[in-house]
Design a protein around this ligand. Structure first.
Ligand code: NAI
Length: 332
């Protein structure tokens, strides 16, 4: 029995987290879900969108599954998603991008795992106006943050028998910040002689991923490039409905899909649960529940290939509850 924190989230969050809980139970994994709420609804009741008890629950259970949380645009509270990552120092944003059989894409052979630095770079949030007509943003790159994300990428490659780590940067132009990231990556690579290492300039990386995806394996990137390249990869594998993710550090793990709360379809039983389900598959692998993870992944593959019960984003007409039932049938 695992104790796992569950944050249902806003919009489609409660629907997709319910679906994923049912499928995990069908795969035979016994979980005691500790449900804690964060987000827009909580803001109205408790005066904060991220009550301390949410962070306490994640620290206690060390593993969490999180639905998407709405961030008001322009005004209102700051992103709860970013706040959770920062307050818990979840320095790794892990985003695997693998084309599943039957996935809605014309591309082939992409199977990369992205390690995005999650705490600094241009996301440090240090911006100001210079007079009325200019603005400045400061990009922070430290040896500590660069080293720990590169090391995490190599450790992952070693553990999961991945052949190569590619560090992605723009060190030809940003000679100090990205130059530091690149040279730290080269230093860390020396500790892993069994894993091949190379580096690529980020613009070239984007083209290579489209033209020669089979040449890439594990990618490690500073924050902004990681954000952009992982969405590029999400597009290549078939979109937000099938793209999982996780935020990790050495003790804690928060698994969440890349997509948001989809207010346009919330409450209509139309959301595709597969992205959160694939995030839960990552969680099961993290917990060494390999058999259950394989079972769920195979079931998703069968449902995609048969293409009879698919949600609207995948070109079908099925409801969230129907695709959930179909995946459970395949598992059984
Ligand atoms: P979004 O990902 O919620 O939606 C974009 C489009 O994709 C919409 O048309 C939506 O219906 C569709 N979509 C997304 N997930 C889907 C799913 N599982 N099944 C079927 N269709 C799906 O992005 P948007 O509209 O930019 O953001 C909505 C809210 O979510 C915002 O408040 C944003 O800040 C928040 N957000 C939260 C994230 C998180 O919790 N990690 C990540 C991204 C956005």
């Amino acid at each position: 029995m695992y104790n796992i924190t569950l944050i249902p989230g806003d919009g489609i969050g409660p629907e997709v987290t319910k679906s994923v809980r049912e499928i995990i139970a069908a795969a035979g994994v016994d979980v005691n879900w500790e449900i804690v709420n964060a987000g827009a609804n909580v803001m109205e009741e408790e005066g904060t969108p991220l009550p301390e008890k949410v962070l306490d629950s994640i620290k206690k259970n060390q593993v969490a599954l999180k639905g998407p949380i709405t961030t008001p645009v322009g005004s209102g509270f700051r992103s709860v998603n970013v706040a959770i990552r920062q307050k818990l120092d979840l320095y790794i944003n892990l985003r695997p991008a693998k084309i599943l059989p039957g996935a809605p894409t014309q591309f082939e052979n992409l199977d990369v795992v992205i390690f995005r630095e999650n705490t600094e770079g241009l996301y440090a949030g240090i911006e100001h106006m210079v007079g009325d007509d200019a603005a400045e943003s400061i990009k922070i790159t430290t040896r500590k943050a660069s080293e720990r994300i590169v090391r995490a990428a190599f450790e992952y490659a070693k553990k999961h028998n991945r052949d190569k780590v590619t560090a992605v940067h723009k060190a030809n132009i940003l000679k100090l910040t990205d130059g530091l990231f690149k040279s730290v990556a080269e230093e860390v690579a020396q500790d892993y002689p069994e894993v091949e290492f190379d580096n690529k300039i980020v613009d070239n990386m984007c083209m290579q991923l489209v033209q020669y995806p089979e040449d890439y394996d594990v990618l490690v990137l500073p924050n902004l490039y990681g954000d952009i390249v992982s969405d590029l990869c999400a597009g290549l594998i078939g979109g937000l409905g099938v793209t999982p993710g996780a935020n990790l550090n050495d003790e804690l793990a928060v698994f969440e899909a890349v997509h948001g709360s989809a207010p346009d379809i919330a409450g209509e039983d139309k959301a595709n649960p597969i992205a959160l389900l694939l995030s839960a598959v990552l969680m099961l692998r993290y917990l060494d529940e390999t058999q259950a993870a394989d079972k769920i992944e195979d079931a998703i593959g069968q449902v995609l290939v048969e293409a009879e019960v698919l949600t609207a984003d995948l070109g079908g007409q099925a409801k969230t509850t129907e695709i959930t039932e179909e995946i459970i049938n395949k598992i059984n």
